[in-house]
Design a protein around this ligand. Structure first.
Ligand SMILES: CC(=O)SCCNC(=O)CCNC(=O)[C@H](O)C(C)(C)COP(=O)(O)OP(=O)(O)OC[C@H]1O[C@@H](n2cnc3c(N)ncnc32)[C@H](O)[C@@H]1OP(=O)(O)O
Ligand SMILES: O=CC(=O)O
Length: 537
């Protein structure tokens, strides 16, 4: 569908309802950002490829000599807004209407509405999500659950809202500008900020964002420049947009000071995105057979490299006057089994205690049932709003600490779990559901990436399981076939179709001669090609 804007085309239907958010003015705003920044985005994505070639040749990352001056100098990020001083518990979740209300009402200080790893970016999910957020910002959001008959509305003092936009690598294929898809980041950020920035500022809060999967401070600079242009176009004060960057790639961890520096007028600190971080470590060194990771379940926050990264994030943020947010424990409440449930909650408690004691200023939870658990820990260990004044001048973290591969075992159970999680997650994703409970754990794109990355790594480096068997493509293939057979008994025919698509994709990803950067990229292409989701409403 061509639009009234020259060079702009929509490849999906725009219902009257969707046209209330994707207005000509909003589209024009997105197009301006796209034309201003897409060239640099593509250069930065190309720079990722060049860097990967060097890593494949054996180069190891280190703190950058050319930015030593920024690391060594004393400077501070602009003061945090009042409503971001206390972020002790943040709940995250997809942009589903009922979940937005539940999350905002959950008792958490912050809700991060996620267009990224817990959302399949279908046209419906995206535009419904923006409608939901527009209504949430204006506190008019309500929901009637037709299944239960329950009505939902916001409480008087809901959580502060953040939005996680998609990463720089993802395209939004439903809008073409000058023949090219719009950047997913620009679409998510642009549409939200366009409709809500002024309204949020009038309500004494602001347009707050989480920025995922950055690999360098130059990518942070691009975000900062997008913020500056958006503030100019919208005529809102410079510095009123705030963003927390997820440190969730092994490369970004070497540039934390520099990332904060680039965003110093717009920064709301850093967050340890632990799952993507583990994935990124495996991916960036996929070519190195000496860096094999053990079973996913053994790669915890207690391992040396993960603890080192989390402590370095705390030290860096506190020195610059901003929050260092902790991450997401994947344990979720288990309704069907009180004993297993208590075990899961205990795991969450241990994780949050470690974070609060180390100096994090808050943490993430995946489910409203975990808000009181995390709150109790942070209230006890951090009675004040944050612990930014906890400075760690004597903490020394080296490149060797950050690059120390965790020890452990590779087991048959670990392999089977990786297959089951990869298939189960992809199956849901292809049906438009970006976050699911599997085997009593929260699974989203980041956690599923670890599973499929491990399978690739183990196959390509001929890893041995502890029972002595070698992991081969044939073995993984066989386990996929076994999982498919089990699924066929368990689920209905329509879902089984989706499972078969998932299995096809998994096989492609695991057998690919070169590690595929993100599973969501081929999965998105598959969804677009089969038009599973572009259903006319
Ligand atoms: C690594 C990362 O990137 S982390 C960030 C991305 N991941 C996330 O955001 C996780 C979000 N969490 C979720 O999607 C869900 O909690 C899941 C999929 C893990 C579990 O879902 P379910 O098993 O369906 O949850 P469950 O049935 O226990 O839900 C109970 C209630 O809590 C609500 N709920 C569950 N999780 C959330 C949430 N994160 N936010 C708001 N409400 C939630 C449900 O809507 C349901 O509400 P209702 O009782 O009013 O109907
Ligand atoms: O985005 C969060 C993560 O843990 O990955």
């Amino acid at each position: 569908m061509t639009t009234s804007a020259p060079g702009v085309e929509l490849t999906a239907p725009l219902s009257d309802r969707y046209a209330t958010v994707l207005t000509p003015e909003a589209l024009d705003f997105i197009v301006k950002l796209q034309r201003a920044f897409n060239g640099r985005r593509k250069e930065l994505l190309a720079a990722r490829v060049t860097r990967q070639t060097r890593l494949d040749a054996g180069e190891k990352p280190d703190f950058l000599p050319e930015t030593a001056e920024i690391r060594n100098a004393e400077w501070q990020v602009s003061p945090l807004p009042q409503d971001l001083l206390d972020r002790r518990v943040e709940i995250t979740g997809p942009v589903d209407r009922k979940m937005i209300i539940n999350a905002l009402n959950s008792g958490a200080k912050v809700f991060m509405a996620d267009f990224e790893d817990s959302t399949t970016p279908t046209w419906d999910n995206l535009l419904d999500g923006h409608i939901n957020l527009r209504d949430a910002v204006r506190r008019t959001i309500t929901f009637e659950d037709s299944k239960t008959g329950k009505s939902y509305k916001l409480i008087d003092n809901p959580a502060v809202l953040f939005v996680r936009a998609r990463g720089w690598h993802l395209d939004e294929a439903h809008i073409l500008v000058d023949g090219e898809p719009v950047s997913g980041s620009i679409f998510d950020f642009g549409l939200y900020v366009f409709h809500n920035a002024k309204e949020l500022l009038a309500r004494h809060t602001g347009p707050y964002f989480y920025l995922p999967k950055l690999e360098s401070h130059l990518e942070a600079r691009l975000w900062n420049d997008a913020f500056v242009l958006a503030e100019t176009l919208l005529d809102i004060p410079q510095g009123s947009i705030k963003a927390t960057v997820l440190i969730e790639t092994i490369l970004a961890t070497f540039e934390m000071d520099e990332i904060l520096y680039e965003l110093r007028d717009h920064s709301a600190g850093l967050n340890c995105g632990r799952w993507d971080y583990i994935f990124s470590f495996i991916k960036k060194f996929a070519g190195d057979k000496t860096l094999l990771f053990p079973d996913r379940g053994q790669v915890t926050m207690a391992t040396h490299f993960m603890r080192s990264y989390s402590k370095l994030a705390i030290k860096t943020c506190h020195r610059r006057g901003v929050s260092a947010m902790g991450g997401m424990s994947a344990f979720i409440p288990i309704k069907s089994d009180p004993i297993a449930n208590e075990r899961a909650l205990a795991q969450v408690r241990i994780d949050k205690e470690r974070e609060a004691t180390d100096g994090h200023d808050g943490t993430w939870v995946a489910h409203p049932g975990l808000v009181p658990v995390a709150l109790a820990v942070f209230d006890r260990i951090m009675p004040q709003p944050n612990q930014i004044d906890k400075q760690l001048p004597d903490l020394k973290i080296t490149a060797a600490d950050l690059l120390k591969v965790p020890e452990g075992t590779l087991t048959d159970a670990g392999l089977r779990l990786n297959v089951a999680v990869g298939l189960g997650y992809l199956e849901a994703w292809l049906r438009g559901i970006g976050c699911v409970p599997l085997f009593n754990l929260m699974e989203d794109a980041a956690t599923a990436e670890i599973s499929r990355a491990q399978l690739w790594q183990w196959v390509h480096h001929h890893a041995h399981l502890e029972d002595g068997r070698r992991v081969t493509a044939e073995l993984v293939d066989q386990v996929i076939t076994e999982e498919l057979a089990l699924a066929e008994i368990r689920i209905d025919a329509a879902r089984f179709e989706s499972y078969k698509h998932a299995a096809f994709l998994m096989r492609e990803l695991v057998k690919a001669p070169h590690f595929q950067d993100f599973l969501t990229v081929p999965a998105y292409a598959r969804v677009l090609a089969s038009e599973i989701f572009i259903s006319i409403r």
